[in-house]
Design a protein around this ligand. Sequence first.
Ligand code: FAD
Ligand code: UDP
Length: 382
Amino acid sequence: MFDYIIVGSGFAGSVCARYLAEAGKSILVLERRPHIGGNAYDCTDENGILIHKYGPHIFHTNEKRVYEYLSRFTEWRKYDHEVLAKAGELEFPVPFNLNSLHKVFDQEKAAKLESKLVAAYGMEKKVPIGEMRESEDADIRELAEFVYKNVFLNYTVKQWGQKPEEIDPGTTARVPVFISRDNRYFQDSYQGMPLYGYTPMFENMLDHPNITVSCSSEARDRLSFEDDIIFDGQKFDGKVIYTGALDELFGYEFGALPYRTLDFGFEHHGVTYYQSHGTVNYTVDEPYTRITEYKYLTGQKKEGSTTIMKEFSRSYRPETEDIPYYAIINDENNSLYQKYLSKAKEYENLLLLGRLAEYKYYNMDKIVSLALQLCDTLTEEK
Ligand code: FAD
Ligand code: UDP
């Protein structure tokens, strides 16, 4: 019998599986998809281009422990992600920074705004757009309106179906105005891409004699939640680490948790490069939010051949094939989530971890960090 059943083989499930296996526990990983890696899964398409099937994933973290843990399973390719915004005829770096300022305004106006921004906030400071719109300085407020309209408004409506001020402020604060000349999308101390891709990194992580991985295995076919947790018809006395959606686990008993899903439009082009940057955000026009060209991210060299991907966001429909990508964080949804959480707490051997199970907007590194912390606790217990 297994000590742990782990549902999901994304970062949450795979890091826990490895950590606990090395602590001598026997682990079964149930993954409903035909492959491991969760949303970070990558593979080669029919044109030989390495793609991320579930959207572009760039690794970045300030946590040394997270970087060092993953470095046991992969080498890294240095990659600094840069994003270009296309707003009608305008093109400039996002996060909107001092270089963007000089791209969109004439020399005199840009210089004046630059000194005002530096005086108001200081160099290398990150200012959420909501905060900048409330500046006491009329020129800064005018700039904030420009950025709001040309960076945030339409992109956010496409991504969330709501305006920036209607969504959780933490979401747009992920991409603040940056009082800097640094064009990188992230400033974390560690950033890059797994040298051979994410999937080989997951394969290495899950390659341990104490780990059994079962892909194309729907957990709800084998686990049920009655007075106890039942596995294959018998009471399960080990622990279950569940990394899927909680409403789904409990049959949508209190109603479905709202999510946004994405449709991905992959296109192959017979050119060496399609665009100038790894990602181009369409912040004003077009029905899609962004186009990613994978060769920039992965560093793959291929003459006359490239694959790009457009992201189209829409409401997630529960009990369909839709994948819940983004929790929609607000008070109403959080209180619905709390109902499921209370129900989950009735099972003392059920542990919840991950972007879905916790209904949070977590990056990969945060999940790794939380998985390591959870396993620290589990292995300290007897
Ligand atoms: P997941 O990766 O979703 O893994 C959960 C797994 O559980 C899935 O494989 C699922 O099939 C499986 N599962 C669920 N229910 C069941 C069940 N009942 N039975 C069996 N299996 C089940 N983060 C970054 O740090 N950098 C980025 O650049 C970045 N880009 C992103 C781009 C997009 C479009 C999206 C959507 C997310 C991005 N993220 C990024 C976030 C990143 O994807 C997550 O932080 C990470 O994948 C979460 O890992 P997880 O293990 O919690 O969940
Ligand atoms: N955002 C925006 N315009 C941009 C980039 C981001 O309006 O050019 C907003 C949008 O609401 C988005 C959020 O900031 O959902 C977070 O952006 P991020 O790039 O972190 O999103 P992710 O990569 O997680 O989809």
